[in-house]
Design a protein around this ligand. Structure first.
Ligand SMILES: [Zn+2]
Ligand SMILES: [Zn+2]
Ligand SMILES: [Zn+2]
Ligand SMILES: [Zn+2]
Ligand SMILES: [Zn+2]
Length: 372
């Protein structure tokens, strides 16, 4: 067995070869020293610990400038500072929390009249504040188009009793049947819709010549949004400082257990969880290749980085290949009370089955499961 070299690789807290072999022996139902010795002599153990690592950086950004709000605006809750750019906050206790702080430049607060309105009201540009728009009071008749209004007077009239303005358009009960003319009193000569006028009163304004402005619903003005109808604005110079978390997943370098094993053990086994602050050391029982991968990701500060936190979950894991078991690869990991065993089909077994299997689908599924 290559136990000696593997043993030397074992980390503090890593599973020892004896523990790994004992777990596999129990899993296979082997008993007695002889069987255990035979198992050990044909076993190849490789440590492939699992790692989930997320670096959370707290990134600060600030925008500085003049700000306005409807007056009076309460700024009493905001820190007042002499220099917006020089203002520094303490690093946040929890870098995963998003927070926003607004500060005010000392002596910059003042109140001014709103530049968008007068006294909080804005005039409707559509009707220039009148609330009404011009509308033609009379419109050409839609039936006779003012051409054949009355076959006798052609809409020019002649009777003294004739009304001064046309009427509202009439309801036509018998289209095409001419009626008595309202202008010249001739009978059966006029268009039934306009009664000879050639025009009718406009149905929109009823002959008024004005309609309410649709833009302002006839009110002529409305509340100014800029000052919320207050007519005045509070103006100041300030800065908004935003702190937001940015997560980076550290991809563990090889040797890595296959995907199927990693996903199976995601919620099994006794994972070791540590949260490391910006000045803390990484956990001592981390595998060397994991440690260096995390350290590489931690080099240098990002733009605006205020603080960082490293969340680490790792699980010791040993891969075991037995010389007399060709079809399986075992994986041993620490359980709650003792090491646990899981297994996957070996590559060799999968390729043999794949070669023999006619069903292409089976092949694909097996390869996918075992080799990914
Ligand atoms: Zn209007
Ligand atoms: Zn009209
Ligand atoms: Zn007529
Ligand atoms: Zn008509
Ligand atoms: Zn205003």
């Amino acid at each position: 067995m290559e136990g000696d070299s593997a043993m030397a690789d074992a980390l503090p807290g890593e599973l020892t070869d004896d523990e790994v072999l004992a777990a596999v022996a129990e899993h296979r139902g082997l008993e007695g020293d002889d069987e255990l010795r035979r198992l050990a002599s044909g076993a190849r153990i490789e440590h492939q610990p699992l790692l989930d690592c997320t670096i959370t950086r707290c990134i600060e950004s600030r925008t500085t400038g003049e700000e306005t709000r409807p007056a009076p605006f309460d700024l009493s809750g905001r820190p007042v500072v002499d220099d917006l750019d020089a203002y520094r906050q303490d690093p946040p206790k929890d870098p995963r929390r998003r927070e926003t702080v607004r500060i005010v430049l000392d002596g910059s607060v003042r109140e001014v009249p709103c530049h968008d309105c007068s006294n909080g009201k804005q005039q409707c540009p559509n009707c220039k504040g009148t609330g009404r728009l011009h509308c033609e009071p009379q419109v050409p008749c839609t039936d006779c188009k003012s051409v054949t209004s009355c076959t006798k007077c052609r809409g020019r009239g002649g009777s003294r009793k004739a009304p001064v303005t046309p009427a509202a358009p009439q309801k036509v009960k018998q289209p095409g049947v001419r009626v008595d003319c309202a202008l010249c009193d001739a009978s059966g000569t006029a268009c039934p819709r306009c009664l000879g006028w050639g025009k009718t009163l406009c149905t929109d304004c009823g002959g008024d010549g004005k309609v309410p402005c649709r833009h302002c619903q006839g009110r002529g003005r409305w509340r100014c949004d800029t000052c919320a109808g207050k007519g005045r604005l509070t103006v100041w110079r300030g800065a908004t400082i935003t702190r937001a978390p940015e997560n980076e997943e550290v991809t563990p370098p090889p040797p890595r257990a296959p995907w199927i094993v990693r996903s199976r053990l995601r919620s099994r086994g006794t994972w070791r969880e540590t949260v490391v602050g910006p000045k803390d050391r990484l956990p001592a029982d981390l595998a060397a290749h994991h440690r260096s991968a995390i350290e590489r990701s931690l080099v240098g500060k990002r733009k605006g980085e205020v603080t960082r936190q490293v969340s680490i979950r790792h699980l010791p894991l040993a891969r075991v290949v037995l010389s007399d078991v060709q079809d399986r690869v075992y994986y041993v990991y620490p359980g709650v009370s003792r090491p646990r065993v899981t297994w996957i089909p070996s590559r060799r077994w999968v390729s043999r089955v794949a070669a023999g299997a006619a069903a292409a689908l089976t092949t694909a599924v097996l390869l996918f499961v075992a080799l990914r």
